[in-house]
Write a protein that binds this ligand. Structure first.
Ligand code: UD1
Length: 418
């Protein structure tokens, strides 16, 4: 088990390069199963969620290898339709494979997916949508079994704009017979990226980024070389880090439009932010006003994946902030740990009232999910004194070279094995 040892209190200065988006790459890997052709994902981050998904592709019979930072997938010999429990439990995104595996092999068997412990995460929208496309689904003994002769296009109305369900349905619809219309679809930039990727493989999908997506099924998809969009959550994490520590940071390979909701909040609390080409520049000094209210909602609203980091920032802002988490039920597990560092936070249900304090102090804290782990790391690099953040298997799921990047900006952080 690894942990970070952090000596906090230094300003951040310099430039970091943002990785390709975890949440874009994972569905692209699922899409790779749809073709017998060769797929190359350029600038593929070696984070554990991606490596686990690559492991699952290997189980299905795909040949995978990294050539420098490009991931090459050759699915010509893929023949297995079963995703074993040990791998599925590590990774919630394994559920995306239902759509592509059943579409490729006519059947799929997958253990119920795992992922971060941030509350109940049902997959009813995925399953109901796939049923509409003609998939027969049975659930028994912790496994979901799917089968169908040929997927058929259909109208699907999602009760909620679920990111994963929208992606799963796109994957299934891409090679279904006829046209699929997904209404109340999620609008996240990663869905646009999946649409672009499938279209580059010969697919015919339009409307991603809006609430209605239309997929005209094609007979086959071919291989592709593709560079995924940059990771807006990693970019947001570094912006918040700079807001907490003070200093001046440039993010390379970052897109300010995709995190406009955060940029807006940071400007309100007196950070200076500008963007140019693929760079975002942030400068923060002096007092930070409180962001007053931060309420998570589906894109283009404030992302739930930046809620924990924003809660950490609110701890050191002047005045009180109300944080409302609308997407997941138990996404405040970082709060008791922030309180150990001197934060003043009260949680009631899905809301947290954060009263700003002048500074946090070092403490030994424990991460229990990916973004919570990032929030605690930011709290520690901005705090006065020494901290440890245990354990790093959560941040390793989503941040490549997190400590190297923070160190390059001047933070005193190192990874140790315990
Ligand atoms: C994706 C992201 C995750 C992010 C989340 C919300 C990936 C790999 N993960 O997760 O980082 O936090 O979007 O932006 O892209 N729901 C149901 N039934 C379903 C599916 C979802 O009730 O079948 C509910 C969930 O419990 C949750 C809400 O819908 O309350 C949002 O979930 P969803 O948009 O599906 O998130 P994920 O795709 O799991």
């Amino acid at each position: 088990m690894d942990k970070y040892i952090i000596e906090g209190g230094r300003r951040l200065c310099g430039e970091v390069e943002i990785q390709s988006a975890k949440n874009a790459v994972l569905p692209l890997l699922a899409a790779a199963v749809l073709t017998e052709g060769r797929v190359v994902i350029r600038s593929c981050p070696r984070i554990s969620d991606v490596l686990n998904m690559v492991g699952i592709l290997g189980e299905l019979g795909c040949k995978t290898k990294f050539e420098e930072d490009a991931l090459c997938i050759d699915g010509a010999d893929a023949a297995n339709h079963e995703i074993p429990a040990a791998l599925a439990k590590e990774l919630r995104s394994s559920v995306f494979l239902l759509g592509s595996v059943v579409s490729r092999f006519g059947k799929a068997r997958i253990a119920y997916p795992g992922g971060c412990d941030i509350g109940l995460r049902p997959i009813d929208l995925h399953l109901n949508g796939l049923r509409r496309l003609g998939v027969r689904i049975t659930e028994s003994g912790g496994y979901i079994e799917c089968s169908c002769e040929r997927l058929r296009g259909a109208e699907v109305l999602l009760d909620f704009p679920s990111v994963g369900a929208t992606e799963n349905l796109l994957l299934a619809a891409a090679v279904a017979e006829g046209t699929t219309v997904i209404r109340n679809a999620a609008k996240e930039p990663e869905i646009v990226d999946l649409q672009n990727f499938i279209n580059r493989m010969g697919g015919r999908i339009s409307g991603a980024g809006s609430a209605v997506i239309v997929a005209e099924g094609v007979k086959t998809l071919h291989g592709v070389e593709y560079t995924p969009i940059s990771d807006r959550i990693e970019a947001g994490t570094f912006l918040i880090a700079c807001a907490m520590c003070g200093g001046s940071v440039a993010l390379k390979n970052a897109d300010a439009v995709n995190i406009a909701s955060l940029v807006h909040k940071l400007r309100e609390i007196s950070c200076k932010i500008r963007s140019e080409d693929d760079k975002i520049y942030i400068e923060c000094s002096g007092k930070r006003l409180s962001p007053k209210i931060v309420e998570t909602s589906p894109y283009p609203g404030f992302p739930t994946d930046l809620q924990a980091q924003m809660t950490a920032l609110a701890c050191v802002c002047e005045g009180a902030t109300v944080i409302v988490e609308n997407l997941f039920e138990t996404r405040f597990k970082h709060v008791p740990e922030l309180i150990r560092m001197g934060a003043d936070i009260t949680v009631r249900g899905r809301s947290a009232l954060v009263r700003g304090v002048p500074r946090l102090h070092g403490a030994d804290v424990f991460a229990s999910d990916l973004r919570g782990g990032a929030a605690l790391t930011l709290a520690a690099i901005s705090a006065e004194g020494l901290s440890s953040v245990t354990d790093l298997r959560f941040t390793d799921r989503g941040y490549s070279s997190f400590e190297y990047k923070l160190r390059a900006l001047g933070a005193r952080i190192r990874r140790v094995r315990v």
